[in-house]
Design a protein around this ligand. Structure first.
Ligand code: CA
Length: 394
């Protein structure tokens, strides 16, 4: 049988590791059957019948995606047209992949005495911590996992899952997710660093593999896990230049479930390059600034940017109990996630605009924007301005 290369959009990191998703043509392994997401009519929701239908057309099932009433499959090209002609099938999307933008990284450092990273200081998180440390707010990090034994994170890690391989844990085999985790909630102790909210509950949702790449279907399963486990905020330090309907549908359903969604804007360093999912209206899009309060040269910007946060030379936790400084909108995003969690931990007040006694995603976003610091940059660069933890929790 003749081998063919399949064109697949890919997702990549958004740091020197931002994890970004781009809409490029695949450098993906050539396959005879390509990975697809088969989306069904609403009324056709029986999983057994869905699986039987795709199998009858020669597809091999990867996993059901209940959140969007779909099944991820390996599908022979010649079967796609026939499957698409079935009345039960709405659409067949690409199962896009995620890749790390790997740049040379400094060597990790062993445990130093605790310091206050400049980004935490700049957004006045240490001042906000006299009001709240974000105790028990549930934050999911959809990433490469978290170093589950890291001494500066251990006390705050309350759960983990691996949607790539259900038999494995959410332990980090890359380092990117662990770095994000430390920015959000490194423990306030004598070692390393301190996070935005050192009492936040962290959940490792491993959707990206060791090399920083993963499939959209694994990310969608991660959203489903977040809803079922009542996550309150989701960190997405990844993105794509290409739109994908299954991706947006999964985002919309997660947002509708009341989850605050925050994503890195992207590391494309140019105007009108904000990546998906940051570009979707349900998601808070975060650009990166440096210690000079200027937009980082690598940061994507455009009208979809909602807020800015520190993203240059950010020191945080790394795999195997280590620490590292990294650059990227991947690092800016968790600053905003941490502040969103602090906001959720404060008493409801004037910003509970619908009076339901809880903070919904739009209420949290409004609060973050209303209390942001104007840096004098364009709105395409800074959105509402720099996120300010001290003002957001007042
Ligand atoms: Ca610490």
């Amino acid at each position: 049988m003749k081998k063919k290369t399949v064109a697949i959009a890919k997702l990549v990191f958004l740091c020197s590791l931002f994890i970004g998703i781009s809409g490029g043509i695949g450098d993906v392994q050539a396959q005879e059957a390509s990975r697809k997401i088969v989306v069904f009519e609403k009324a056709f929701s029986d999983r057994g019948r869905q699986i039987a239908l795709v199998k009858s057309q020669g597809a091999q099932v990867i996993k059901p995606l209940a959140l969007i009433n779909a099944v991820a499959v390996f599908l022979p090209e010649q079967a796609e047209k026939a499957l698409l002609s079935k009345a039960e099938v709405v659409r067949i999307d690409e199962d896009i992949i995620v890749n790390a933008i790997a740049k040379p990284q400094p060597q990790p450092q062993p445990q130093p005495a605790q310091e206050l990273p400049w980004g935490i200081d700049r957004i006045n998180a240490e001042i906000a911590q006299s009001t709240t440390g974000g105790l028990a707010v549930k934050v999911a990090i959809l990433d490469t996992g978290i170093d589950l034994d890291h001494p500066d994170l251990l006390n705050n890690i309350k759960g983990n899952v691996n949607t790539i391989s259900s038999r494995r844990s959410g332990n980090d085999d890359n380092g990117h997710g662990t770095h994000v985790a430390g920015i959000i909630a490194a423990v306030d102790n004598s070692i390393g660093v301190v996070g935005v909210g050192p009492e936040i509950y962290l959940y490792a949702v491993k959707v990206l593999g060791k090399n920083g790449s993963g499939w959209l279907s694994d990310i969608i399963e991660g959203f489903d896990w977040c809803i079922n486990n009542k996550m309150q905020v989701v960190n997405m330090s990844f993105g794509s230049s290409g739109d994908n309907q299954s991706f947006h549908d999964a985002i919309s359903k997660t947002y509708a479930a009341g989850v605050v969604l925050v994503a890195a804007a992207g590391n494309d360093g140019a105007a009108n390059t904000v990546n998906y999912p940051a570009k979707y209206p349900e998601v808070i899009a975060v650009s990166a600034i440096g210690q000079d309060d200027k937009l980082a040269g690598f940061s994507s910007f455009g009208p979809e940017v909602d807020i800015a946060a520190p993203g240059v030379t950010i020191k945080s936790t790394y795999n195997d109990g280590y620490y590292k400084s990294l650059n990227g909108t991947s690092m800016a995003c968790p600053h905003v996630v941490g502040v969103a969690a602090l906001v959720l931990s404060t008493a409801v007040g004037a910003y509970d605009t619908d009076g339901d006694g809880a903070w919904g995603p739009s209420e949290v976003k409004n609060k973050l924007e209303a209390t942001a610091e104007n840096l004098g940059l364009s709105s395409n660069e800074q959105g509402a301005g720099l996120v300010r933890a001290d003002l957001a929790v007042q």
